[in-house]
Design a protein around this ligand. Structure first.
Ligand SMILES: [Fe+2]
Length: 261
């Protein structure tokens, strides 16, 4: 599996606090069978407009990234490490020309909306990035409190964005609403990727997510969401379409007594 959304870089955001936390994360990734990880610390797009602060933060991340690479080489040499950012779109048209800001230096950029809320200008903001030559991958749309419109998600994709759901959402780690939205995206064929959004707490849960998708009859979808499409992203290629998930019906016993997702 390949993960391009996590907070493994030590000491720069709310992910791994220090080298020990990063090592714990690297080992957890390897233990789940993750073969490549793109580390994506948080970055507010508005910071890019303030050269001094921008250079200071990017310099801190550069140094911490070098520490992560050294730790990875020592602890998990078979885990491929790349870098990027999770860019919060708190300004409409950020300059993402610095390849460090994009996923593994490709044209893909991981973006999120501020305040865990879909803004009214979400569609135009995505289109603007696309016009500037970058391909937005929207992180965890299912986690936005006001996301209740799958038609909007389809429109974002038509405007050139791709959608990344969190493994934890599918597993119910963010509550029933995010869980149902995440599965709803899959059922409509609107999700392109699934990623860990690992914050150095608990497990990446990609293996658990893969098992849950397989149990729901989505083995082929799991392979694209958790591996194939991310591999294509690392090569600068667009994702392959993920077929709408037609979930296997739970057994009669589960339907009567509860359980399932
Ligand atoms: Fe994140």
């Amino acid at each position: 599996m390949i993960d391009f959304h996590n907070h493994l870089i030590p000491g720069v955001d709310d992910g791994a606090a220090d080298a020990a936390g990063a090592v714990e994360g690297l080992r957890a990734f390897a233990a789940e069978g993750i073969t490549a990880a793109v580390a994506t610390p948080h970055l507010r797009a508005s910071l890019l407009e303030r050269a001094g602060e921008r250079d200071e933060y990017l310099g801190q991340v550069d140094a911490a990234w070098a520490r992560l690479v050294a730790l990875g080489g020592a602890e998990c040499p078979s885990l491929r490490l790349e870098r990027g950012f999770e860019v919060m779109l708190d300004t409409p048209a950020p300059d993402l020309s610095d390849p460090r800001l994009r996923l593994a230096g490709t044209q893909f950029v991981l973006v999120e909306f501020p305040f865990m809320s879909v803004p009214p200008n979400a569609g135009p903001a995505i289109f603007e990035l696309k016009l500037n030559g970058w391909t937005p991958v929207l992180a965890h749309p299912e986690r936005y409190g006001n996301f209740d419109d799958f038609a909007a998600a389809a429109e974002w994709r038509q405007r050139g964005a791709y959608l990344q759901v969190n493994c934890g959402s599918l597993l119910g780690r963010y509550g029933p609403e995010a869980r149902d939205r995440a599965w709803g995206l899959l059922e409509r064929g609107l999700a392109d990727y699934a990623a860990s959004d690992y914050h150095a707490r608990g497990a990446p849960r990609m293996a658990e997510c893969r098992a849950a998708l397989a149990a729901a009859g989505g083995e082929a979808q799991a392979d694209l969401l958790l591996r194939g499409n991310a591999a294509r992203l690392l090569d600068g290629q667009p994702p392959l379409p993920v077929a709408p998930l037609r979930r296997a019906r739970p057994s009669l016993i589960k339907r009567i007594f509860g359980g399932g997702r």
